[in-house]
Design a protein around this ligand. Structure first.
Ligand SMILES: *[C@@H]1O[C@H](CO)[C@@H](O)[C@H](O)[C@H]1NC(C)=O
Ligand SMILES: *[C@@H]1O[C@H](CO)[C@@H](O)[C@H](O)[C@H]1NC(C)=O
Length: 392
């Protein structure tokens, strides 16, 4: 009796899985079938829009828009809007995407000129492939290249390479569950505001295996972000991995539960950085930076509650509260005789529970290892180069 029962349940399992297989049809929409040329000169924007409409309105369980390899597609500013019918929408980018080379060839209405490639409200989106996404931003440097916003369960992965954004490269905005892995981002060291990955208002964000070298922050994590995990990143050139800036123009900004681990900074100006403006409110808390290697970094570890982007910053008696930040196993070299560790916190909102554990960051001469502290409370333990005696 028992044997036949279990036999029946095996049959039921097999039949159910067959049904699942039968139901999960992949429907593929190739941009070439919608008139894309891919010679790098013809404007393929319309073809991409049509292919997207077909993909997004497809009722198959998995809809795939394909950008084939060995071709270069010239596209203008474009929006990929959801919601889509399918629970799983994939854009497979194996060919290269380029923006117009000259700003005067840029066709977009003012309102859609904020981003070059923009995904909005596409739950279950995956973008992957080995294509190069080249925004050719050298001539303007004032719009974001690639943004995904207001979506749940998003994947960005598989060897995509982002290049020369006019402003930030990859903007993740208002996403719930986002996985980024195995991507590279590259722009000149002198390009302005070209953050690699900008995480804003995201909950449960995982960024793993990325090679990022730009003219601004490799990764910046700002207001409304929590449970953000960054691991296995090589950063440089660039301004480091930053939490902030927060609290600009009195904003009430909140960032918490951020983990940054296994990062190599090479040729970056900053390493682990938290920056907040005077006069802001909110908090940055429950943050860990660990297993980090630095090479010739100007500010390897820095908390700056006096951040501002111009000469005369006004002091204020409100600030974004910084608490519970741990720096563990951080090794490397700083630049010249600059302080390797800087905790510059405000008098009215001191930094609390700042923990430093096993750090060794020095210039040529270990005895020269310096630190700078103001209004910071916490503990230092294990190896301490520099000494950071303000934390004892
Ligand atoms: C990462 O991307 C590279 C380059 O496209 C590819 O060769 C490699 O297989 C990818 N690795 C993983 C783990 O996806
Ligand atoms: C401090 O932050 C860590 C890491 O996010 C967290 O696990 C821990 O619970 C926090 N401690 C307190 C007292 O909130």
């Amino acid at each position: 009796m028992e044997a036949s029962n279990s036999l029946i349940s095996v049959f039921i399992t097999i039949i159910l899985s067959l049904l699942v297989v039968a139901k999960s049809d992949n429907t593929v929409f190739n941009v070439l079938d919608y008139g894309a040329v891919g010679d790098g000169r013809t404007d393929d924007t319309n073809a991409f829009s049509k292919a997207w409409q077909a993909t997004c309105s497809s009722s198959s369980s998995s809809a795939i828009m394909q950008v084939p390899s060995d071709k270069t597609f010239l596209i203008q500013a474009i929006r990929f809007d959801g919601p889509c019918n399918s629970k799983s929408v994939t854009m497979e980018i194996n060919g290269n995407l380029v923006a117009p080379n000259d700003p005067s060839d840029w066709e977009c209405e003012k309102s859609s000129c904020e981003q070059w490639i923009y995904f909005h409200r596409v739950d279950g989106l995956t973008v992957h492939g080995h294509g190069v996404i080249d925004a050719r931003g050298k001539k303007w440097w004032n719009i974001e290249a690639f943004e995904i916003s207001n979506s749940d369960n998003v994947n960005l992965r598989g060897g995509l390479k982002f290049k020369d954004s006019p402003r930030m490269h990859v903007v993740l905005n208002g996403l719930n569950s986002i996985f980024v892995s195995n991507i590279s981002i590259e722009a000149p060291e002198k390009s302005p505001n070209t953050d690699g990955i900008h995480v804003s208002g995201c909950i449960n964000a995982f960024i793993d295996h990325a090679r990022i070298g730009t003219g601004d922050d490799c990764i910046s994590i700002v207001d409304g972000s929590s449970y953000v995990t960054v691991s296995n990143v090589i950063c440089g050139p660039g301004h480091g991995i930053s939490i902030g800036s927060l609290g600009k123009n009195g904003a009430n900004d909140k960032v918490e539960y951020v983990s940054v681990s296994d990062v190599v900074f090479i040729g970056a100006t900053n390493g682990a950085r938290i920056k907040t403006w005077q006069g802001g409110r909110g908090y940055a808390r429950h943050i860990v930076f660990e297993r980090i290697l630095l090479h010739a970094t100007i500010n390897p570890i820095i908390i700056d509650q006096f951040y501002c982007d111009h000469q005369h910053c006004v002091n204020s008696n409100s600030a974004v509260q910084i608490t519970n930040v741990t720096y563990r196993q951080i090794l490397g070299t700083s630049k010249k005789k600059k302080p390797a560790v800087k905790f510059l916190c405000s008098e009215s909102f001191p930094c609390r529970d700042i923990v430093v554990e096993d750090i060794h960051i020095a210039g040529k001469d270990e005895k020269d290892a310096k630190y700078e502290c103001s209004n910071v409370y916490g503990r230092a333990r294990g190896e301490k180069v520099p000494q950071i005696s303000c934390l004892n």
